[in-house]
Design a protein around this ligand. Structure first.
Ligand code: ADP
Length: 440
């Protein structure tokens, strides 16, 4: 507004000057008008150049002070620039957020250019594939990831399936498997995704082992049963022989039943939430019930020559699932009875620790277990001595169940053993699951 009024004042002054010159004669008047026009053009040109100079690097802090219509041009450009800058800042912030999200991803992301060059990648991709996510930008990926399976994948150009290679941290006894898949997304450009599949692979290997183990465990008794049936059908047997084969079949059927029971117990444990503290069980009851079964087993297996001692402990209650706790205590007791020979001794009971944690212990004078076996004892189907385990009705799942149960109750299974001397198995429950009725 101010500038426009200045313009008007200039025009009025020029008009006034022209009027004054006209009165002195028309020749002077034309000359004066020409001079005025030239001066005005020069001024306008200088303003235009200042505006052009500013437009080369427009900045709101250095606005050229030009009047006339050029001032208006500068002002409007400045406003358009302001809006544009705000939008650019917003887009930049969004882009940064997106890149930060991709950086935070547990998967690797690489953008490949036409020649297979790394145009951009996140840190995880570098970790998975063994290159430096910053330094190696612009490098061709085939020069950095030399795994033959990956090179073959790149060459075949069929990216419908992922390819798996060893990760850079893979070494003997410490597998690391990385799955890689490429997705073409624009002319010559490809998105490469990487994923650490080590745990999935391990779980899959465990599942395969488990199925193989279960099949084997079921196959052995079934073979005996099938063989016995065939013998009974084809051979003319004496009564005593028939009774022998029937007894064999009964034992093997029993073995399969025990196996199926243990498998069902494990799957129930895996598929249910951890027991809470809404149920309280008297520790002495668990010992009495499991103890009497162990004593009965000792009588059968060792003709009453094994000593089984159950020690009366403090009057305590335990928070948890009765059936699960009974199976854990019972498994440890029957193991001790089964593996300790006749004339040996098994002692079990509950004891309170100084911090009011509660421990169930079973100590035996059995064969003991060599230290190298101890870390693997709770693996499914792991046995130190296969024939001894099977011979006494073992499924190879007992300690796996015990460990699962105690962990679901927030506790631990502890094993101490000396070969030739004996073993002590302990179940330790945290104070939060223990209610002391009376200390002894
Ligand atoms: P199993 O049904 O074979 O007894 P477990 O899981 O209960 O399976 O035990 C795993 C292995 O640990 C057994 O095969 C046995 O070799 C060993 N073991 C368990 N308890 C004892 C023990 N009290 N004394 C010696 N060895 C034991």
């Amino acid at each position: 507004m101010m500038r426009r009024s200045l313009e008007l004042t200039g025009l009025v002054a020029a008009g006034g000057g022209l009027g004054a010159l006209w009165s002195t004669g028309p020749g002077w008047c034309v000359l004066g008008a020409l001079g005025g026009a030239i001066a005005w053009l020069a001024l306008d040109n200088s303003r235009a150049r200042r505006v052009l100079a500013w437009l080369r690097e427009p900045s709101a802090a250095r606005l050229p002070n030009v009047g006339s219509v050029w001032g208006e041009v500068v002002d409007r450009t400045r406003r358009v620039l302001k809006v544009y800058n705000r939008k650019a800042r917003k887009s930049q912030a969004r882009l940064q957020e997106l890149l930060a999200a991709i950086q935070a991803s547990p998967n690797g992301v690489v953008l490949l250019g036409e020649q297979g060059t790394i145009d951009w990648c996140n840190l995880m991709a570098g970790e998975h594939l063994g290159f430096d996510a910053k330094r190696d930008l612009g490098q061709r990926i085939r020069n950095l990831v030399r795994d033959p399976a990956f090179i073959a994948y790149l060459n075949q150009r069929d990216f419908s399936q992922p390819v798996e290679i060893d990760g850079r941290d893979a070494r003997p006894g410490h597998p690391q498997r990385i799955s890689i898949q490429i997705f073409p997304y624009a002319k010559g450009r490809r998105l490469l995704l990487t994923r650490d599949v080590t745990t999935i692979e391990l779980a899959e290997a465990m599942r395969r082992d488990f199925v193989a183990n279960v099949s084997h465990e079921i196959r052995s008794p079934l073979t005996v049963i099938a063989g016995s049936i065939e013998t009974l059908q084809t051979l003319p047997l004496q009564d005593a022989e028939r009774a022998h084969f029937l007894e064999l079949m009964r034992q093997q059927a029993q073995r399969m039943l025990a196996l199926v029971d243990d498998l069902l117990t494990l799957s129930r444990l895996e598929g249910s939430p951890n027991p809470d503290d809404s149920q309280w069980v008297a520790a002495a009851d668990l010992l009495a019930e499991a103890g009497s079964q162990a004593q009965a087993l000792a009588d059968v297996l060792h003709a009453g020559q094994q000593t089984v001692i159950l020690c009366e402990g403090p009057a305590v209650e335990v928070a948890g699932a009765r059936g699960e706790l009974l199976s854990a205590v019972g498994n440890l007791l029957t193991n001790a009875v089964r593996y300790t020979p006749a004339h040996g001794r098994v002692e079990a009971g509950w004891r309170l620790l100084p911090d009011d944690a509660l421990e169930f212990y079973v100590a035996d004078t059995g064969p003991g277990i060599a230290p190298e076996h101890l870390p693997r004892l709770t693996e499914r189907f792991y046995r130190v001595d296969r024939s001894r385990s099977r011979g006494s009705g073992g499924t190879g799942l007992g300690l796996a169940i015990v460990k699962h149960v105690i962990q679901r109750h927030g506790g631990q299974l502890l094993i101490d053993s000396t070969p030739g001397v004996g073993s002590t198995f302990r179940l330790r429950l945290p104070p939060a699951r223990v209610l002391v009725r009376e200390r002894t």
